[in-house]
Design a protein around this ligand. Structure first.
Ligand SMILES: Nc1ncnc2c1ncn2[C@@H]1O[C@H](COP(=O)(O)OP(=O)(O)OP(=O)(O)O)[C@@H](O)[C@H]1O
Ligand SMILES: [Mg+2]
Length: 244
């Protein structure tokens, strides 16, 4: 059975989609079969980042409303072992998955993959509740600013039954403030156990945006590789040399 990892944040733009994508690729490099399920209705983006937009015919709403079989909505992505698959988010921004149907779909898909990664929309509304109800693990992606930390704390509270882990993203010491003077203050503010700190990595973000595979030596890619290892149970220490 697959682990179903819900990637969430509360606040928008903290890096949920980026972390979901790079984590999925990191699992694939470790030989795992991974399905990325994008839940951000009306705002799909993973198909573009994975350069498979022209191959996406059906999306999550088609599967959940019974318009097509799940296999029709699965797009095989271009990674060396072909072990990364995507179900794209619905184009319809008003689409809210039916929780029962989503649960059934996830149950079926869980038989076929090692990891299902659910890239959620920002916010803590109904979509958030539905995504959380199907997860077996949760990652809360927060940045080191007061609003993100407060929103992430709310998400952590709601997700406590899944023991969520905190991913601090876009971290840069020069952006710390008197309110959040160091990493410990961020962790205390969110109230979830830390699993990863990803450096602010402008080069990686630029490469992703232009459809280029980010360099394997980029600080964000290396840290997310370690994150994949930690999720798989390896004891990998945080490499603070990657943080500026
Ligand atoms: N570690 C990082 N360093 C620099 N830029 C980053 C990093 N992680 C993500 N970004 C950039 O931040 C922006 C937002 O990232 P992303 O789309 O992954 O956030 P999101 O949480 O999924 O947003 P939304 O809430 O809109 O779904 C993107 O331009 C992305 O390239
Ligand atoms: Mg996103």
């Amino acid at each position: 059975m697959a682990e179903v990892i819900v990637v969430t944040s509360g606040k928008g733009g903290t890096g949920k989609t980026t972390v979901s994508l790079l984590l999925a690729k990191a699992f694939c490099r470790r030989g795992k079969n991974v399905l990325l399920l994008e839940l951000d209705s009306g705002l799909r983006g993973l198909d573009l980042l994975l350069k498979v937009s022209d191959r996406v015919v059906y999306d999550l709403s088609d599967v959940l409303t019974g318009s097509c079989k799940p296999v029709k909505a699965i797009t095989v992505c271009d990674v060396p072992k072909g072990n990364l698959h995507l179900i794209a988010a619905p184009q319809n921004r008003h689409f809210i998955p039916d929780p029962g149907n989503l649960k059934l779909l996830i149950k079926g898909l869980s038989e076929c993959y090692d990891y299902l990664i659910l890239d959620t929309a920002a916010g803590l509304g109904k979509d958030f509740d539905i995504a959380c109800s199907v997860g077996t693990k949760a990652l809360i992606v927060a940045t080191a600013d007061a609003i993100s930390v407060r929103d992430a704390a709310r998400a952590a509270q709601e997700l406590r039954s899944l023991s969520p882990r905190l991913v601090v993203n876009k971290f840069s010491r020069k952006n710390l403030s008197a309110q959040l003077p160091d990493l410990d203050a961020v962790i205390d503010g969110v109230g979830a156990q830390l699993i990863s700190v990803i450096a602010e990595d402008a080069a990686m973000a630029r490469q992703l945006a232009s459809g280029i595979q980010p360099s394997a030596s980029s600080p964000a890619v290396c840290e997310i590789d370690d994150l994949a290892g930690r999720i798989m149970g390896e004891r990998i220490k945080l490499n603070t040399d990657r943080l500026k």
